[in-house]
Design a protein. Sequence first.
Length: 541
Amino acid sequence: MEIPYVVTPRKDTGLFNSKIAIWLFLASEVMLFGGFFSAYVFLRLGADYPWPERTLPVLPGLINTFVLIGSSVTVVFAWAALKMRQWNKFRMHMTITVVCAGVFMVLKGIEYSVKFHHQAVRLHDYTVVEGHLGYEMEDGKHVLDHHGHHIEENQIRIEATGLTFSTVRFHADWVEEMITQAEHRKAKITLASDIKARTEEGSSEEVTIAKAGEPLSVELLKRVQDAHLKARAHNGALRTAALRQEWAEAKAANPGKRGWQLASNVNIDVKALEDSKRMLTEISTASFKVEPAARMDFKPRDVKEGATQSRLRDDTVIDGKMLASPMVFHNVDAIDFRHLAMKAVEKGQDPIVAIENSWLIKNDEFARKAWEWNKQEVAKLEKKLIDEYGIDEKTGKPKREPTAKERYRLGWQDLARKAESEGHGKLGAVERITEEFKGPNYEARGKETFPELSVPREEIRFASKFTPSWNTYYAIYFTITGLHGLHVIGGALVLAYYLLFGRKMYETNPEWLANRVEVGGLFWHFVDLVWIFVFPIFYLM
């Protein structure tokens, strides 16, 4: 049976089936993105920290806006070409639409890449430092992990003397990384003592699973793990059987309605099971020696450090003292005192005094000079605003004043202006445009513009890349733009399908293909409309 109204519209509504369906779908999409945008507004209004303002590069976002608007136009032209039965024009306009989608995703990918490689750290006094971390170096060469990747200078360093692994939860990659680091530092990790276990029910003899002195390996830990899991499963079955027996005996001894209530209070005589040699040996941990004591580096998110003992997320215990573990920025490209100033005002303190007493100002000469330069720039801006807008006669205060961002934050553009005013780090027009896409050019501008900084671990409150974990702003930014990007990819794939495989449909029934392209175009217009909201909210406000 042929489904009606696939090609021809209904007489009462003037719509064909797929057009009704796409409008219903878009209604649900409006509610989805409307909820996200509403959440963003409420989160921004209720934020208890300085909300990031104009932190995204405007030029790529602006280009992407025009790219999507242009693609919305060309998808209409493609549909019109089908209506006029002009296949070649349809192909041309649809190709432009798909290419525009590709350009949009490339620019978005560059933007994401910059964020994923940009480091930020919040100190205990709420100063925020942003920039790029360096890589661990030894003997003039980069230190590599066991995968061959560079190791960033943001590691927890421990002089390990011993390691105790959970035989159930150990992470194989971390085990191999510790072996690699020990070998690199001419140390050996060996089993501290024999691991023996009863592996057969009723046997009084223990079997040696691993001998003292065996080198650490994933295979050794898996061997111990297999014995442990086998014993745990066997012993669990024994305990279950014993408990059932106890319940049965308790109910028989206490007939009546309360029999099962009394049975629930019984206990298993585990010692009797052990004495009968029916229980197998469970090996929950395996301990190793590190000889001689060797430095091992761990990512901060993977370890809970301690003065003499630390623990990884897989429950591996590391014995040994914690060494100095600074976070080393090879390029500082922003210093933000807004949160510190906010906290100072909450405590009734002068924010300027609080900033000048901060750890960064007291311990870094570049930060002190940059802050003094910023105060001069703010004074110039205050004078300019007074000259242009005047003083309010009722309050005696300037009608317009510098924002908190202008007063307390030095972004990379500010540091670049400071350096250029001192005769450093001047770039050409092409290099400046490149910076709008990929961020500051550290090599061309030099250390006078973006200096190095070593932050002691004890001064760090929180550190993260510019990912959803950094703050609420980036969490919702990645949520909305990521979901929008998926819509762009999905819509582009559908339109590309019509472009590549629509010829047969066009030759059979061109109106059917035109209807499908119209539906795809409606979805594409919605994708464009969402971006029209995303761009000003995230990039301009």
